[in-house]
Design a protein around this ligand. Structure first.
Ligand SMILES: Cc1cc2nc3c(=O)[nH]c(=O)nc-3n(C[C@H](O)[C@H](O)[C@H](O)COP(=O)(O)OP(=O)(O)OC[C@H]3O[C@@H](n4cnc5c(N)ncnc54)[C@H](O)[C@@H]3O)c2cc1C
Length: 408
């Protein structure tokens, strides 16, 4: 909203003396979260399920001790158990980092002030979403990323486009910069010394946010007492049906090593629910989309070019800059591009990536097309409404190179 108002002048809407009231921003977020909690509490009540607020740990096979938030302990035993303990922000082992009491995403959403200079450790989706938000609230922001690109799981051209968008907004992105040491206290003054190809260099800031990956909440929950195994990264070892190594005990969501998105945790739940009811559903072969809520957002479903290469899948690739999508003439949202992968010897769509306004919604169209195994030409020939972003899919597929002759 701050960004929109600040840039309103381009559209002839003039606003002056824009101020950010972080207490109000935070209050609005809190009310939103409280509404969601109330919704879920109501759903529990309606379902008849008992909700016990407390910290659980196995004390024997299929037996859990819950330390209640209100005090006291309850012992629970069941034939079937689902573990859904999630993950938390990892704090990398950098000298001085823990002592600097850095923010994680939790504290970063509880600030009553705009940090004068926020240093963000990690250029993954959490890091860049919060970096852009605070930049738009008025912070100076520096992202420190040890890799050669931000968003290591995306194609280099995608990461570079997002980096360029962030840089144009005034965010400093330090690539190939490994945190070496941290001095000071987040919220007061911090110095992060980074090791780069050119040597060590200090970055001085006021606040420090760590967004450097997640670790599963699987330690200290008595898994050994219940015969439940972990993989070498500390996630619960599960089979395709999301069963752990202990019969009758399932695991879902991030603690089970599933891709780290809410919609995946929800789908894991559906799989386990059906398997508990006697079904036989697996998690393999799912088409999993994701959206990074930067502005403009980044959305992807299916293969990236890098993944196609790694998996030896031959593809044809077409791209379309967002400035060639007619709607962006009207809305002035010209950053980004669409990119689609189609089989080299067949016409099915294998992957779609988009950086641009409404990317998540346009991606959903492509996801449905992929689920239906539509040929890409049926979307190229479809009559899409003018003046929508989806109208760009026609020219995007119009850029598709001709099919290679199948070897067989
Ligand atoms: C900043 C940020 C932004 C994100 N944005 C998106 C997004 O836009 N879209 C998206 O799809 N995903 C997003 N995610 C990811 C998404 O939040 C997670 O993938 C999802 O919440 C995982 O669900 P889960 O059920 O596995 O675990 P969680 O939601 O973490 O739930 C686990 C629960 O278990 C509780 N717990 C832990 N240990 C115990 C114990 N011993 N006993 C009892 N309870 C315990 C925890 O307190 C927690 O309530 C985001 C994540 C972060 C950090």
């Amino acid at each position: 909203m701050a960004h929109l108002v600040r840039n309103g002048g381009r559209f002839g809407t003039l606003a002056q003396d824009i101020k950010i009231d972080m207490a109000k921003v935070r209050h609005r977020k809190q009310v939103m979260v409280e509404r969601e909690i109330a919704f879920h509490l109501h759903a529990y009540k309606e379902s008849g399920a008992e909700l016990i607020m407390g910290n659980g740990q196995f004390v024997g096979p299929k037996t859990i001790e819950a330390k209640l938030n209100d005090g006291g302990v309850r012992l629970l035993a069941a034939d079937q158990i689902v573990i859904n303990v999630g993950s938390r922000a990892a704090i990398p082992d950098v000298p001085g980092l823990r002592d600097a009491r850095p923010l994680t995403h939790i504290e970063a959403l509880e600030l009553d002030e705009v940090p004068p200079h926020l240093i963000v450790l990690g250029g993954g989706y959490t890091g860049i979403e919060l970096a852009q938000a605070y930049r738009r609230f008025g912070s100076r922001v520096t992202i420190v990323e040890p890799g050669t690109q931000i968003m290591g799981r995306e194609d280099p051209d995608v990461a570079e486009e997002i980096r360029a968008i962030l840089s144009r907004e005034g965010i400093d992105v330090a690539l190939k910069a490994r945190p070496w040491s941290v001095h000071g206290l987040s919220g007061d003054a911090v110095i992060v010394t980074v090791q780069t190809e050119g040597g060590k260099r200090p970055i001085e800031g006021s606040h420090l946010l760590v967004a450097a990956g997640r670790i599963a909440n699987t330690a200290d929950i008595g898994l050994d007492k219940a015969g439940i195994g972990l993989d070498d990264r500390g996630f619960l070892r599960v089979n395709d049906r999301l069963e752990t190594t202990a019969p009758g005990i399932f695991a879902i969501g991030e603690c089970a090593g599933s891709p780290q998105f809410t919609h995946v945790s929800v789908d894991d739940f559906r799989i386990v629910r059906d398997n508990m009811a006697g079904g036989n559903r697996g998690k393999s072969g799912r088409l999993i989309p994701h959206v990074v809520f930067t502005d403009p957002p980044l959305a992807r479903v299916g293969l990236s070019e890098t993944e196609a290469q790694r998996e030896g899948v031959s593809v044809r690739v077409a791209k379309l800059p967002m400035r060639n999508v007619l709607r962006t003439e009207a809305t002035d949202e010209k950053d980004g591009f669409m990119k689609v992968l189609v089989g080299a010897t067949h016409d099915r769509i294998l992957g779609f990536t988009m950086i641009g306004a409404e990317a998540g919604e346009v991606m959903a169209i492509m996801q449905v097309a992929m689920l239906a195994e539509l040929s890409y030409s049926s979307i190229r020939e479809a009559v899409m409404a003018h003046l929508t972003v989806a109208e760009g899919l026609g020219p995007l597929f119009g850029n598709m190179p001709a099919r290679l002759q199948s070897q067989s």
